[in-house]
Design a binder for this molecule. Structure first.
Ligand SMILES: [Zn+2]
Length: 276
């Protein structure tokens, strides 16, 4: 009952206008209470309130395998045959205000990638679908945030999700981020498809792709669980100007770290094209 009452002050037209990407037709909700609701990072629609905004966001409050988490730094590398195979992609950049898709999304710049980049684990092959950004980082290492985190969202043929998180610290300029910043969409809801420009996705990966691996969730509503997370141990770098450009565009866009609830974190060595 409480959840329904909290939904009442939101006029239906406002929910539909705010939560759907412009290019997606508005599907009729199956019921008033099951409708995804507006959410944000601060104030009354911030992370502590996500579970109350819509019944479909229940996992954000009740889940026991939520992301992001704080990671205790570890050097105990475990050999694995996991492999990142990232290729070149043309540029398609979208600035979403809110998207209620199955993939991790929200106030973010998202780059949809061409088919052909994959993550292979001992059980599955996942195809890279998109990557997007959070400022500051969502995952922390020994309690410390980085200024930026990139999430590479992968999906297997049967719909399972795996996300590779790359932390970005201040340092030398990153040539890929320079291309993205130069083509940021001007407004939320806009998509920029830049012709004749390629990103080499390997430039988003550090030389050593050792990763902290754990079972987590989407970090945005509906906070769906059973997401296989790999947070790379080594950060990449971006210049102070580049980090400032992302902060200016995204603002605060990180969910606070969540309780481990007994989950273990494994430190895995992964192969990538960059290190072969
Ligand atoms: Zn994300």
């Amino acid at each position: 009952m409480l959840k329904n009452k909290l939904l009442l002050p939101l006029p239906a037209f406002w929910i539909l206008a705010s939560c759907k990407p412009a290019e997606t037709p508005n599907a009729a909700p199956t019921s008033e209470s099951a409708r995804p609701a507006h959410w944000g990072y601060e104030g009354k629609d911030g992370p502590p309130y996500w579970p109350t905004l819509s019944p479909v966001y229940a996992a954000c409050g009740e889940g026991k395998s939520q992301s992001p988490i704080d990671i205790a730094k570890s050097e105990a590398d475990e050999a694995s045959a996991w492999k990142l195979n990232y290729n070149k992609t043309s540029l398609k950049i979208a600035h979403h205000a809110h998207v209620d898709d199955i993939i991790d999304n929200g106030h973010t710049i998202q780059v949809t990638v061409d088919a052909g980049s994959t993550l292979t684990t001992d059980k599955d092959t996942y195809e890279l679908k998109q990557f997007h950004f959070h400022t500051p980082s969502e995952h922390t290492v020994d309690g410390t945030h980085m200024p930026l985190e990139i999430h590479f969202v992968h999906q297997s043929a049967d719909g399972k999700l795996a996300v590779v998180g790359v932390l970005v610290r201040e340092g030398p300029e990153n040539p890929n981020l320079a291309k993205l910043i130069a083509h940021f969409p001007k407004a939320k809801g806009e998509t920029n498809h830049v012709v004749d420009m390629e990103l080499d996705l390997k430039l988003h990966l550090p030389d050593n792709t050792a990763a902290y691996n754990y079972s987590g969730s989407l970090t945005t509503p509906p906070c769906t669980e059973n997401v296989d997370w790999m947070v790379l141990r080594d950060p990449i770098t971006a210049s102070p100007e580049q980090l400032a450009a992302f902060e200016a565009k995204l603002g605060k866009s990180n969910r606070p770290v969540q309780s481990l609830h007994g989950r273990s974190i494994r430190s895995r060595l992964m192969q990538s094209k960059a290190t072969e």
